[in-house]
Write a protein that binds this ligand. Sequence first.
Ligand SMILES: C[S@@+](CC[C@H](N)C(=O)[O-])C[C@H]1O[C@@H](n2cnc3c(N)ncnc32)[C@H](O)[C@@H]1O
Length: 212
Amino acid sequence: MDSVHENEWLMRWREGRIGFHREAAHPALVRYWPRLGVPGDTKVLVPLCGKSLDMRWLAERGHPVLGIELASQAIAQFVAEGEAPASRYRQGDFEVTRQGSVELWCGDFFHFHLPQAAEVGAFYDRAALIALPEATRQRYAFHLAQLMAPGSRGLLVSLTRPDNAGPPFSVEAAEVERLFGANFELVHLDDAEPEPNGFRESVWSLKRRGPY
Ligand SMILES: C[S@@+](CC[C@H](N)C(=O)[O-])C[C@H]1O[C@@H](n2cnc3c(N)ncnc32)[C@H](O)[C@@H]1O
């Protein structure tokens, strides 16, 4: 990932420009996650996790959670807003902070590789794919596929918007299918009502294909 993109996110966290953060679990997670049928003890990968409360929601349902986030500030805030004590340790290039059953790996998602993902059996992407510019989204979808074992499932909350600005970037259904279709079985579960600014979320269930 280029350092301009990286610096932009670090600056956003420093300046508190985190309009993407929600103060409650995302309704699509609450509604659709149970339908995936992921066993409760399966570890869930949350790429580009921010300080999302969705991770606590998953943890409360019994899932160990592995979030990956560039900004140490996001991780510090997540921990400070929680109640349990936290511990820290190193895993290769990443500093990992653990609070309860949530581990937050501080660093670049694209530097997170298969041996480190060995225990992961599902994923949740809300505002990760759509945080990335077009050229990086293909790389993201491929990298995610590399990390997920055949049969593993995930929930994707994507977004379209009427203009070409971003982040969040507009990702049409056809692009979701093009990015993930080769490696995942995809089901388009829902389109939310458009927000007043024209942003419209779409919800997808994914299942890693294979083995062949
Ligand atoms: C739009 S926010 C979404 C955060 C979270 N998923 C949520 O729903 O609140 C995207 C997050 O990804 C982080 N990020 C961007 N590029 C990243 C990368 N290559 N590796 C890890 N984190 C990254 C940013 O710092 C930011 O916190």
